[in-house]
Design a binder for this molecule. Structure first.
Ligand code: PLP
Length: 318
């Protein structure tokens, strides 16, 4: 793990090694937490958090869906993230806010247990590798189905739900693939273990619709906007497993992975990254680097100021 120096915990900035929780924290036992994955990029105009408000709004919504009310306003969390990036002096980083049931009571009824909020930031390169981002990855359709909306809330980014993704991820890795794509319980393509899926066929772009147990990805939303700006409409519809095999291009999107071409599905070659994938990738990378005016509203610029702690403002709890 690429450690940074400080972590924000319940309003204080603490040293990385001091950011600890009790072993009887509720979330550790029952998965009762919600989180986000966000990235900050170095741009020509300074460090900027990509679609910060959208991610924080999803964090709040995920919490509401699982009865976890955030004890901080979104603006406070936004400011805390800026401060943390500044204090860690990171020009670009991955950002992980998490709100979880902490230490208080055991048992499944969670509402008497306090909600802790932590934000961590650290340098994290391409999640599926730089090679993969450039030349494409090999994916396996998992034997595990993406959780059904009858049992969980797939639209929420909730801790315990990731056991589902982990089963698919481990299965694909053990079989020698880079990533898994899960089908939903009805057999439609749903999503990767931590990414949304896009399919290109005959110049048309498809992605699973909201009824396919997907997380409403912030990167996917950006890709839909970019595709529209490039003159392509993205159709949201059911996609069958066979359509992955017949596709001209398939790519995955996510904050950690960014945009990753798929070059093989279940050992069926799709070829090198296609034209459309590359055009969308190029526009996306220009957007996150602040090189295109039309997407500047996606960037939340951080005032990096003076990274050294000031005596009057010393809040490090050691
Ligand atoms: C299960 C799952 N689906 C999709 C995504 C992509 O979402 P986003 O683009 O908002 O990161 C993620 C990552 O957050 C994820 O964990």
């Amino acid at each position: 793990m690429n450690e940074a120096e400080f972590i924000w915990m319940n309003g204080d900035i603490v040293r990385w090694e001091d950011a600890r929780v009790h072993v009887l924290s509720h979330a550790l036992h029952y998965g009762s937490g919600v989180f986000e994955g966000i990235r900050a990029y170095e741009t020509e105009r300074g460090t900027a958090v990509f679609r910060h408000q959208d991610h924080l709004a999803r964090l709040q919504r995920s919490g509401e869906l699982y009865h976890i009310d955030l004890p901080f306003t979104l603006e406070k969390l936004r400011e805390a993230t800026h401060e943390l990036i500044r204090r860690n002096n990171l020009r670009s980083c991955y950002i992980r806010p998490i709100a979880f049931r902490g230490y208080g009571e055991m048992g499944l009824f969670p509402l008497n247990t306090p909600v802790d909020v932590v934000i961590a930031v650290w340098p994290w390169g391409a999640y599926l590798g730089e090679e993969g981002q450039k030349h494409g990855i090999r994916v396996k359709v998992a034997s595990w189905r993406r959780m059904s909306g009858d049992s969980f809330i797939p639209q929420a980014k909730a801790c315990g739900q990731y056991l589902n993704s982990i089963l698919a991820k481990v299965e694909s890795a053990k079989a020698g693939y880079d990533e898994a794509i899960m089908l939903d319980v009805h057999g439609h393509v749903s999503e990767g273990s931590g990414e949304n899926v896009f399919v290109v066929r005959d110049g048309a772009i498809f992605t699973p619709n909201a009824s396919c147990s997907i997380l409403d990805g912030v990167t996917a939303r950006s890709v839909k906007q970019i595709a529209a700006d490039l003159g392509f409409e993205v159709a949201e519809r059911h996609i069958s497993r066979g359509e992955l095999y017949q596709a001209d291009e398939v790519f995955l999107t996510g904050t950690a992975a960014e945009i990753v071409p798929v070059r093989e599905v279940d050992d069926i070659p799709l070829g090198p990254p296609g034209e459309l994938t590359q055009a969308i990738q190029k526009r996306f990378f220009e957007a996150i680097k602040g090189q295109r005016e039309e997407y500047l509203e996606w960037l939340d610029f951080v005032d990096m100021g003076d990274p050294a702690p000031r005596a009057a403002d010393e809040r490090v709890v050691s």
